[in-house]
Design a protein around this ligand. Structure first.
Ligand code: ATP
Length: 672
């Protein structure tokens, strides 16, 4: 295996890369590419992908509406280029040059506002098909913090490999990847406790599970020390040598990293300043603008300084010389031996010290070799019509995600304990404050206040717990969903289900304490109706919290969430009864879910022919419970109608949340 990987490091793969992610339909396979047919001359259907993927783009522009006036701002300005398979290509540029934007567009992460063409092996790309064959590893390494490395890998393997491999085979494969990436010793470490370098390797390990032919990495070395950066680049280079198309964005590479690259794509102000072999950068600068790199200067630093105007205004000249990326003159010969060793590498006589090539060794070499032979996946686990475009069946996705959520919630001890203890403590406090008033006719107004407070308390705790936790999941979901781990439906269903036991425990705990301490009627039916109504209110509020959390950041959510619920409180029927409000405003009461909750709880306690209450005062106006309901305008209410409306609202809001989530993942890529 080691010998084989050496061979891969030193030239283009002699063997086609893995076949595990072939499209469902027969493809125009490109098995002959090792002998050098030009990508553009190949025939490939637009809806199919070859085993190796050359990713090209022509006159690509991307603009956004920005600022208060929503004016159009051009981010990418007609750039062209090609990132070939088997090579490590880097998009380089100063901050704000447009690296991430180009990467997002190429990965298919950004689609709105994009013009120009993107091709796969010369044919127009089908983004949906392409996304099944690529993965995008973002800068922030969004991992599930409360899952161990081993558990996260298990989840990735179950979701990405589907049912085509036995459990043991998946486990062996996961172990092999972890071993290769030096993560075996951290198998039982929670992701939140990993170091920066380990997190990066962990993110790569997860995506390597199904061995995609195209991998995008946004600033993979950012935040890593030089040793970890070197390891990371070595890994990426090895992956490229396995036949994959590896595209990274990089800000300011060290000389060592710079010389690891096969293809360089330099950007400034959304345009291309240079495209080609990194060794050709200095000759190009000299040729295009008579620029000579000072001795002992890192060429990467030099071009960045030029792009920022440190030596004068050369950008237009360079863009013109390289034809905004169209010029092929400086590109590396696609099938030339890989530049693992740079000797006297720059034509102006300046040299970078000869360095040891970044070769994979040990388990890494073994794994790369295995990946290049197709990995352990002897059976294709293509997306089949019944699973949509995902490897795992909807049921497997749902099962794995529900389990993951259970683990996550169980391990988030602080939040879980806080939720539970808050409900119990407040239940005890309120039950103590309103102790034994439930059957006393002189206390009916206090009891009404207690019931209103309970509705509002259940509403707020459920609402806020979602507003503060739901947005935190969004970056992880964005990455995993974009990389086709699972469908959004399965994810949302699993999230919804996993929280039910906690919410039920909290809500029932509170209702039980309050109900019995305040001596509401000791009748099983009434107790279940009371606590059931509390549960429904909390679920509807939770859905609202999810909807706000899916659409807004935590900061905005904690402000707007409670604010949007305030009208529901005002129109609940507590402050002013509906019958006393102007007729024109009655419809507002019908839109408040708290009105249904309050009415339902009041009917559970006072309705359904409850007998006369006790009166210890000289005079009790409302000894007959029905009279009290009449005074509140609730005598015409039906408990089951209220429950039905809340149930319908619950379903509607969960559906709405799903669509907000979908919209957010599609259009609003910024989750910070
Ligand atoms: N949605 C947006 N609205 C307004 N401006 C945007 C938007 N997205 C990107 N930009 C602008 O486009 C330019 C390029 O951004 P991009 O993130 O691609 O740069 P970058 O080269 O990756 O920078 P960095 O290295 O700092 O991440 C920046 O000036 C940025 O402010």
């Amino acid at each position: 295996m080691y010998d084989e990987s050496l061979q891969l490091m030193n030239g283009r793969p002699k063997r086609p890369p893995p076949l595990d992610v072939l499209p469902a339909r027969p493809t125009t396979l490109d098995l002959d590419r090792v002998d050098g047919a030009e990508a553009s001359t190949r025939s490939s259907s637009s809806s199919s992908l070859a085993r190796t993927i050359d990713l090209g783009f022509t006159e690509l522009s991307y603009s956004v509406k920005s600022g208060i006036k929503r004016e159009s701002k051009a981010i990418l300005k007609g750039v062209s280029g090609l990132f070939p398979a088997g090579e490590l290509s880097a998009i380089m540029g100063a901050s704000g040059a447009g690296k991430s934007s180009l990467m997002n567009v190429l990965a298919g992460y950004t689609t709105d506002g994009v013009t120009g063409s993107i091709t796969v092996n010369g044919a127009v790309r089908d983004t949906a098909v392409f996304r099944r064959h690529s993965c995008y590893i973002m800068q922030q390494d969004e991992l599930q913090p409360l899952l161990t490395v081993g558990e996260s890998m298990h989840v990735a393997a179950e979701l990405k490999l589907g049912q085509t491999l036995s459990r043991q085979m998946k486990q062996d494969w996961v172990n092999e990847i972890l071993d290769a990436l030096g993560l075996s010793d951290s198998k039982d470490t929670l992701a939140r406790d990993l170091s920066g370098g380990q997190r990066k390797r962990m993110a790569i390990a997860q995506e390597l599970v199904n061995n995609p032919p195209v991998m995008f990495f946004d600033e993979p070395t950012t935040g890593l020390d030089s040793s970890s950066s070197k390891q990371c680049m070595s890994l990426l280079k090895s992956l490229a040598r396995g036949g994959r198309t590896i595209v990274i964005s990089i800000h300011q590479p060290s000389a060592l990293i710079f010389e690891t690259l096969d293809q360089l794509y330099v950007m400034a102000e959304g345009r291309c300043l240079f495209r080609g072999d990194p060794r050709q950068l200095l000759p190009f600068l000299n040729h295009a603008a008579q620029l000579v790199c000072p001795q002992y200067h890192n060429p990467a630093d030099y071009i960045l300084e030029i792009s920022m105007g440190d030596f004068g205004a050369y950008n237009d000249k360079l863009v013109e010389a390289i034809q905004n990326g169209k010029c092929e003159k400086w590109k590396k010969e696609i099938y030339a031996p890989t530049p693992t060793i740079f000797k006297s590498n720059f034509s102006n006589g300046l040299t970078t010290p000869v360095r040891a090539p970044l070769l994979p060794t040990g388990p890494l070499a073994k794994m790369i070799g295995k990946l290049s032979n197709g990995g352990p996946m002897s059976v294709e686990h293509n997306a089949s019509p019944c699973t949509g475009s995902f490897s795992a069946s909807p049921w497997t996705q749902f099962y794995i995600l529900t389990r993951r959520n259970f683990y996550r919630l169980k391990r988030d001890k602080f939040l879980m304990n806080m939720r539970l203890s808050m409900h119990l403590l407040v239940g005890l406090m309120i039950g103590g404050l309103y102790y034994n008033i439930g059957n006393e006719a002189s206390n009916v107004l206090d009891n009404f206040g207690l019931i209103f407070y309970s509705v509002v308390f259940l509403m707020f705790t459920s609402l806020l717990s979602m507003i503060v936790t739901f947005p935190l999941e969004m970056p992880i979901v964005a990455r995993e969903h974009f990389n086709r781990w699972y469908s959004l439906k399965c994810y949302y269903l699993a999230v919804t289900l996993a929280d039910i036991p906690i919410q039920v425990t909290c809500s029932l705990g509170y209702s039980t304490l309050v109900y019995f301490l305040s001596a509401q009627p000791y009748e099983a039916m009434r107790f279940f109706m009371f606590s059931g109504m509390g549960l429904l209110v909390s679920f509807v509020a939770q859905s609202m919290g999810q909807m706000v959390g899916a659409g807004l950041s935590v900061e905005n959510g904690v402000f707007f969430g409670p604010l949007t619920n305030l009208p529901c409180t005002i129109f609940s029927g507590f402050f002013i009864h509906m019958k006393d409000a102007p007729k024109a405003m009655h419809w507002l009461f019908h839109t408040s879910y708290l009105k249904y909750g309050l009415e339902g709880m009041m009917l559970a306690v006072y309705g359904y022919e409850r007998k006369k209450m006790a009166c210890e005062a000289d005079y009790c106006h409302f000894r007959m419970p029905s009279k009290f309901l009449e005074a509140l305008g609730m005598d015409g209410g039906y408990y089951w109608l209220d429950a039905g409306v809340l149930l319908a609202l619950l379903v509607l809001m969960r559906l709405a949340t799903y669509f907000v989530l979908k919209w957010r993942l599609k259009h609003a890529r910024n989750f910070s």
